[in-house]
Design a protein around this ligand. Structure first.
Ligand SMILES: Nc1ncnc2c1ncn2[C@@H]1O[C@H](COP(=O)(O)OP(=O)(O)OP(=O)(O)O)[C@@H](O)[C@H]1O
Length: 280
C-alpha cells in the first residue's frame, strides 16, 4: 500500500479528570502528505502522545476533524477504527516489549499481526522474512525478543508495526533508551521502510537528532503546532484560527501584553516592539 495522507483540522482534546479538565490539544491544524516522514517534537506535556493516540484512533478528539487517507475518522464506528488500526494504520507503542510477545519468535509475532489483516482485508501479505530484511534483521525470524540488542528489539517492534503493510505508521519514542548505534539502526530501518513502501511515518520523539533526520519536525507547544523545521530551517506556522506562536526564546524577551506593530512590506513581515503595554 502507498502512503496515506493525514489531515487534522482544529483538533481539540480535553481529558476529563477528577482534579479538573486538562486541555491537552487546543486546536491542532496539521497536514501530512502521503509518504512524508514527520517527527512530532516539543516539551513534555505539550500534547504529542495525545495527538498520536488520536491519529491511531485509540481515543476520539473532543472537537475537530481527523482524516486519514479517504477515511473521516469521526464517521467510523469503533469496530471500523479498530480494523483500520490492524491493517492500514500501524502503531508502535513506546517500549518494544509492549508490541511483541516476548517468548514467541519474531516470525510468530509478525504472523500474529498479519493473521487478522488477512481475514479482514483478504489480501496477500508480505513474507515475514522480507519484512525482517526491511528493518535490518535479515534471517532473524527464529530469534525471540530477549535474543536481540535494544536497537534490534525496537526494529522488531517496527517489523510487527509494518507487518500488515500499513499506509500510515505511528511510532512513539522509538529511540529512547538507545545508544547512538541503536538509534541509527532504528532511523535507518524507518528510512528504508519509507523509501521502499512510501509509508507515511509519524514519530513522537524527544530526540532532536531524530527530528533533524526525518523530513519534517513539527513542534507541538501548549497543545498546538508551534513551529516546523524543514531542511535545517525553522518556521513559525499560522494556525487555523489565525494565531502564530513565537519561539520561546523570543517570547522570553517580551512579557505578555507587549505591543508590536506589524510591518508588511514587499511580502516581508516584521514585528516591531513598541508602545505602552496592554493589560492581559
Ligand atoms: N489520561 C490523562 N488524564 C488527564 N490528563 C492527561 C492524561 N494524559 C495526558 N494528560 C495531560 O495532557 C497533557 C498532554 O499530555 P501528553 O502526554 O499528550 O503530552 P506529551 O507531549 O506526549 O508529553 P511527554 O513528552 O511527557 O510524553 C499534559 O498536561 C498531561 O498531563
Amino acid at each position: 500500500m502507498n502512503g496515506l495522507a493525514v489531515a487534522c483540522r482544529r483538533v481539540v482534546h480535553i481529558y476529563r479528570a477528577e482534579a479538573g479538565d486538562v486541555v491537552a490539544l487546543a486546536g491542532v491544524d496539521l497536514s501530512i502528505a502521503p509518504g512524508e516522514t514527520i517527527a512530532l517534537v516539543g516539551p513534555s506535556g505539550s500534547g504529542k502522545s495525545t495527538l498520536i493516540a488520536l491519529l491511531a484512533g485509540l481515543m476520539r478528539p473532543s472537537a475537530g476533524r481527523i482524516n486519514i487517507g479517504t477515511y473521516d475518522m469521526g464517521k467510523l464506528s469503533d469496530g471500523e477504527i479498530s480494523r483500520l488500526r490492524g491493517t492500514e494504520i500501524g502503531v508502535v507503542l513506546q517500549g518494544a516489549a509492549r508490541n511483541l510477545l516476548p517468548y514467541a519468535s519474531l516470525h510468530r509475532n509478525i504472523w500474529l499481526a498479519q493473521r487478522r489483516a488477512a481475514h479482514t482485508r483478504g489480501i496477500t501479505l508480505d513474507d515475514p522474512d522480507r519484512i525482517l530484511d526491511l528493518v535490518g534483521l535479515p534471517g532473524q525470524g527464529r530469534q525471540r525478543l530477549a535474543d536481540l540488542t535494544p536497537g534490534g528489539r525496537q526494529r522488531a517492534a517496527l517489523a510487527v508495526g509494518i507487518a500488515t503493510g500499513p499506509g500510515l505508521l505511528l511510532v512513539d519514542e522509538p529511540t529512547s533508551r538507545l545508544d547512538t548505534a541503536g538509534r541509527d539502526e532504528v532511523l535507518a530501518a524507518m528510512e528504508t521502510v519509507n523509501a521502499e513502501r512510501q509509508t507515511t511515518i509519524v514519530v513522537v520523539t524527544h530526540d532532536n537528532e531524530v527530528g533533524a533526520r526525518l523530513g519534517r519536525a513539527v513542534t507541538i507547544r501548549d497543545g498546538r503546532v508551534g513551529a516546523e523545521g524543514r531542511d535545517g530551517q525553522d518556521f513559525a506556522v499560522v494556525a487555523g484560527d489565525g494565531t502564530v506562536q513565537l519561539p520561546p526564546e523570543v517570547l522570553g524577551s517580551y512579557p505578555p501584553g507587549t505591543l508590536f506593530t506589524v510591518q508588511h512590506i514587499d511580502g516581508e513581515v516584521t514585528l516591531v516592539p513598541g508602545g505602552t503595554e496592554s493589560v492581559v
